[in-house]
Structure formats: structure tokens, C-alpha cells
Design a protein around this ligand. Structure first.
Ligand SMILES: [Zn+2]
Ligand SMILES: [Zn+2]
Length: 252
């Protein structure tokens, strides 16, 4: 049987309708059944709610939120003004709480890698709307230790990076920066222990020279203490990276 283009289009339409009957899309957040749209896991309404608001005013470098509304981004927090961090800019879409926290938790721990696409889209729209510098020419997802990768079966920061690579036509490097040792979860440690915990945890490997002279965009899902971003940026800058920007979905 020969199917011309028109028949093909009808067929794919009917297949989609059929699939919709048997496997309706249910929003991971509000559980409403929704039609095919821009997103696969979260309905448009919930996505719009997540894009609105955001972090509010914060430090011009690390993005740490201020309790007072300064209405400008030229102020720096105490840490950044006493000694600038190794990265040039760090931003997150919003705080790590409520629905957003649940979604990221599902994405990371409940084996729902498909959510990465929707969260990636959210990240892209945040960067475009918030005036995030777009002159990066290399994407580096914050590396996950090999053993952890095998346990989980997928790499959340890499899935986010894939979306950005497609949108901005920028290459991803996963060989340049590696996690050299497995570390205890940062949240369980005190400030001093956190820095100690990550000492030597990341290293340049393989084509480590890939970052030389580049403006790198480091990606991670959640910013907890900021020490991981700090350590990765330090290693990249020591390896000759021209600039390092960091972006995460949420900030704890
Ligand atoms: Zn919803
Ligand atoms: Zn700061």
C-alpha cells in the first residue's frame, strides 16, 4: 500500500487521538488531563504559574536573594563583595519549594527523565526573559559521579543541557569536567565541612583543554550551598576558561 503525505498526516493524527484515549496526558502537578501542547508532563497553566514570580532582587553576581527590595542588580552580597567567586554570574529560576520542589524531586529521584524536557523549556524561557548573558559557547552539565549515574540510570543536568544545546546551537562537553570522587550530600554538612567535602572532587580530564578560552555555561538542577558551582568554576577557570556562568532550576 502506498501512503501519500496526506494519508500519512491523517494517520499520525488518528494515532495520536487513539493514544490520547488510552494514555491521556495527565499534568504531573495538578493531575488535570490535557491535550498535546508545548509541554509533555506539566500543563500550560501550571507552567505559566512556575514561570511567573521567580527569585526577586538579589546579588548581582551570585543571585542570593535580598530581603530588602533594592530594585537594582548592581548590589553585591557580603560574600561576593569581600571576595568575588570564581564564576562570573549565577542564577536560578526560583526557590526550591512547593510544586517546583516536587517536580524537580520527581525528575531527579523518581525516574522521570521525561520531565527534563519541560523543565529545560522552562529554563530556556527564564534565561531569555531575565537578561541572562547569551554569549556562552560551551555547555557543561555539573558532573555526577559514575556510580551514582549507574544507580540512577540517567543524568539530570545533562538532560537539561540537551535542551539548551538544541535551542541555542551550542555544544555540550561531558568529558572536560569530571567528578573524581564521590562526596557526601552537601545538605548534611556544616559550612566548613562542605568546602572540605568538595576539595578535589572535580577535575579536568580527557579533553580538559576544551574549556580553554571558552565562555562556559555550567548547568545543575538545584543549587544547595553553592559550593559545587564554586568548585567546578574554580577548576574550569584554572583550566583557562574565559568566563563561567552558572544556572540552576532552583535555589534551596
Ligand atoms: Zn497542571
Ligand atoms: Zn553574592
Amino acid at each position: 500500500m502506498i501512503i501519500d503525505m496526506k494519508d500519512g498526516v491523517y494517520m499520525s493524527y488518528y494515532l495520536k487521538v487513539l493514544a490520547g484515549l488510552f494514555f491521556p496526558r495527565k499534568c504531573s502537578n495538578c493531575l488535570v488531563v490535557f491535550d498535546e501542547g508545548e509541554y509533555n508532563w506539566i500543563c500550560e497553566r501550571c507552567m505559566a504559574g512556575l514561570s511567573a514570580g521567580g527569585m526577586g532582587p538579589g546579588c548581582g553576581i551570585c543571585g542570593k536573594p535580598f530581603s530588602i527590595d533594592f530594585q537594582t542588580s548592581s548590589y553585591l552580597c557580603g560574600d561576593c563583595s569581600s571576595g568575588p567567586p570564581p564564576y562570573d554570574l549565577l542564577r536560578s529560576i526560583r526557590g526550591y519549594d512547593g510544586v517546583f520542589k516536587e517536580l524537580i524531586h520527581d525528575f531527579k529521584y523518581h525516574k522521570l527523565p521525561g520531565l527534563g524536557k519541560d523543565l529545560g523549556k522552562l529554563l530556556i524561557s527564564f534565561m531569555q526573559k531575565s537578561g541572562f548573558p547569551m554569549d556562552f559557547d560551551l555547555l557543561i552539565p555539573v558532573p555526577v559521579h559514575k556510580k551514582k549515574l549507574v544507580e540512577r540510570g540517567y543524568d539530570p543536568p545533562f538532560l537539561l543541557a540537551e535542551n539548551l544545546a538544541r535551542e541555542f546551537h551550542v555544544p555540550i562537553s561531558i568529558k572536560c569536567l569530571v567528578k573524581a570522587k564521590r562526596t557526601a550530600p552537601q545538605v548534611s554538612l556544616r559550612r566548613k565541612e562542605r568546602l572540605q567535602n568538595l576539595k578535589g572532587a572535580f577535575a579536568l580530564a580527557g579533553d580538559g583543554g576544551a574549556a580553554r578560552g571558552k565562555r562556559v555555561l555550567l548547568l545543575d538542577d538545584v543549587l544547595t550551598t553553592g559550593a559545587t558551582m564554586r568548585e567546578c568554576s574554580l577548576v574550569l577557570k584554572e583550566g583557562g576558561a574565559d568566563r563561567v556562568y552558572g544556572v540552576t532550576l532552583a535555589r534551596a
